[in-house]
Design a protein around this ligand. Structure first.
Ligand SMILES: *Cc1c(COP(=O)(O)O)cnc(C)c1O
Length: 376
């Protein structure tokens, strides 16, 4: 069977390259180095290579499988595992990741013995809890923790990191970043350590970065969404000069008919166990696309044309096409939020279509002459 090309995610490598380069330059103005986070694009080598081309020496991912994928594709970077490894994956972590983020002694002990077994030294960044309540060592426990880790051979502490606006939605501010900075200085002096990375967060740190007069000991951020979608994540605002439309989701119309706006018959539960509610608008132009929840996080899609998404099933997206006369076979384009990007890049059913893949430099100058106006 020929490989289906619909639904499709269109990936504009020149726009990603532009965003990566601009962010790299911007953060460098205050001495902040960047790790390019690849989980949102599932460790796709074509995209990883664009980041490496634009100066990223470190690529970070939360899945060891994505790191292996990039390593197997000979992407030339240091690979960072963005989360504490599971005990069950330590062998792969030692093998494929240069650095991992950590917050549990049990895991560090196993990393230590496994690294020694492989005659290698594994670098670790300790995650510190600064309020967002994902992984992290509580600041009050940090001294004892570091002391124990320093007794383990085969692993080496190379940094400290905090995560914000991820699980708990805690905003990175001058106050909590100054605390992280002080913790780093304290650890360096107490233990006579030199930390290569004091990593203060992610795409949510943009406003802090723009406003701060002094980044102090913070010298690193880990960026995903800003590179791919051109925005910071606290207010979901576009970063000036970046493209927000490097990715476009495209699906195909499989039915288009004028039908009632409200289902008729005895209403019970839908396919997902919900009680659906519909607004009576009279007959509407109901248009069905041949993809659904199994392909993409539908709630993260925004149509580029003036259409409404009424709902979705596992394999359908139902649109109210309003004044637009869509026909069977027409293609409908959407912008994606981070959740939709993550799901579409991960789905084996979504065809990955790269544009301007083989003319990076040329297409970059092409991008530069078009002033960006933002996406829908
Ligand atoms: C996903 C992730 C990031 C990147 O976040 P963005 O909002 O995409 O920039 C950074 N750090 C950690 C620990 C992550 O899990």
């Amino acid at each position: 069977m020929p490989k289906p090309t619909m639904p499709m995610i269109k990936i504009n490598l020149a726009k990603i390259a532009h965003n990566a380069e601009k962010l790299f330059q911007l953060y460098d103005t205050k001495g902040i180095g960047l790790m390019g986070v690849t989980k949102g694009v599932c460790g796709e080598a074509a995209i990883a290579n664009v980041l490496v081309d634009k100066g990223f020496t470190h690529l970070a991912d939360s899945k060891i499988q994505n790191i292996k994928k990039m390593s197997d594709a000979h992407v030339q970077a240091q690979f960072v595992l963005l989360t504490t490894p599971a005990l069950s994956e330590i062998e792969s972590v030692i093998r494929y990741a240069d650095i991992s983020m950590n917050s549990e002694l049990t895991v560090l002990k196993k990393l230590s013995t496994t690294a020694k077994k492989h005659n290698t030294v594994h670098n670790i960044i300790l995650m510190v809890e600064m309020g967002d309540l994902r992984e992290g060592i509580l600041p009050k426990d940090l001294h004892t923790f570091v002391r124990e880790v320093m007794n383990l051979s085969g692993i080496k502490i190379v940094g400290l990191a905090a995560n914000f606006a991820c699980f708990g939605g805690v905003k990175p501010t001058e106050q909590n970043l100054t605390s992280l900075s002080s913790l780093a200085i304290d650890i360096e002096t107490t233990f006579d350590l030199s930390l290569s990375y004091v990593s203060g967060g992610n795409s949510a740190n943009y406003s802090w970065f723009m406003e701060t007069k002094n980044t102090e000991r913070i010298n690193n951020l880990r960026l995903g969404e800003s590179i791919y979608l051109g925005r910071e994540t606290v207010h979901q605002e576009q970063i000036p000069g970046l493209f927000t439309d490097a990715f476009t989701f495209v699906a195909e119309v499989i039915e288009s008919k004028i039908k009632p706006s409200v289902p008729y018959g005895e209403i019970h539960l839908d396919a997902f166990g919900n009680h659906p509610h519909f607004e009576e608008k009279g007959p509407i132009r109901r248009t069905i696309l041949g993809c659904g929840k199994q392909d993409v996080l539908v709630s993260g899609l925004t149509p580029l044309l003036n259409l409404d998404i009424i709902g979705s099933s596992s394999n359908h997206i139902i649109l109210d096409a309003k004044d637009i006369h869509l026909k069977v076979g027409n293609k409908v384009a959407f912008s994606l939020d981070y959740g939709a990007l993550l799901s579409a890049m991960t789905s084996p059913y979504v065809y990955k279509h790269y544009t301007q893949a083989n003319s990076k430099r040329k297409s970059f100058s092409h991008v530069a002459v078009h002033k960006h106006t933002g996406s829908a």
